[in-house]
Design a protein around this ligand. Sequence first.
Ligand SMILES: O=C(O)CCC(=O)N[C@@H](CCC(=O)O)C(=O)O
Ligand SMILES: [Zn+2]
Length: 331
Amino acid sequence: MPHTHPVLADFLSFTLQDHPIDIVKGTLASGVHWHYLGEGLLEFVPHHGSDQSLVLSAGIHGNETAPIELLNTLVKDLATGQQALDVRLLVLLGNVAAMRGSDRYLDDDLNRLFDHRHTHLPESREALRAAQIEAAMAQFFAGASGARYHLDLHTAIRPSSFTRFGLLPYQTRPYDAHLLKCLECCDLGALLINHAPAGTFAYHSSQHHGAESVTLELGKVQPFGQNKLDEFAGINALMQSMVSATKPNWPAQPYQVFKVVGQLEKHSEAFKLHLPDDVANFSSYPQGTLIASDTGYEYKVSHSEERVVFPNPKVKPGVRAGLMVVEVKDY
Ligand SMILES: O=C(O)CCC(=O)N[C@@H](CCC(=O)O)C(=O)O
Ligand SMILES: [Zn+2]
């Protein structure tokens, strides 16, 4: 087998080792050009180019290891030629500094700093990283001539009624029919539609680069090496099909659709979540239930029933402490 460059042989270990190297590039036996663009940033371009561009990101939260391992395997498979490539591809590992210590973040949640919101926190280590990532994405999409897609892969802190689910960023344009079709073929139980602009990476790529973007929650957070990667067969099938621009080879399954109707706001350290500590994502509460309170603030369920997603009283004041969703029939 031809020698595989260490960047490609184990992109994750290479990234975690923190050895600064110059930008390196090469061409695989398949003719695919690859280009290491800096920490956690790896671009692949098919020999004949492509009018489709895809960003696959993971590790925006440093302790969400499963998606990082999935991307590492994908890079290896591209390097050996086991995985075909027919799109321009940017593989991006987000919060590398936090990944080294298995932390969600060091100073600030990176997934609240996109949409150029990092400029308000110049001292934060994540602000610097958000700026680097935004610049890398802008450069990548500047070379795009056709459809643009972005899958941002995560895992959740809590157990969930739906093991795998997606979140579409708030958009004023309609959601892309091809992306929705693809999402039916990756073993998701639910899809959430966000109700407002946010500092998330998926919102950033959608809003600022016209990408068809989605955040995917692939299960529960586990340490490196403890993920059962066969649980991710559906999402792997989706990534493989998007990378090779072929039809997904996973059976289409309907998912439940939810709309975000409100968010829990932590204003101060007086914030209180009125739910059990071990509450699971998508737990449902009837109208009138007090979900959270803070000085001069209360969130009570106003619809006949609402479900709670990502409740987290430990976030910094000013950061969203959870989403409230209701089921809807359509987008
Ligand atoms: O489990 C949790 O509390 C958070 C899991 C996670 O990181 N989710 C993303 C969702 C981003 C989105 O709304 O598109 C996040 O909270 O950043
Ligand atoms: Zn995450």
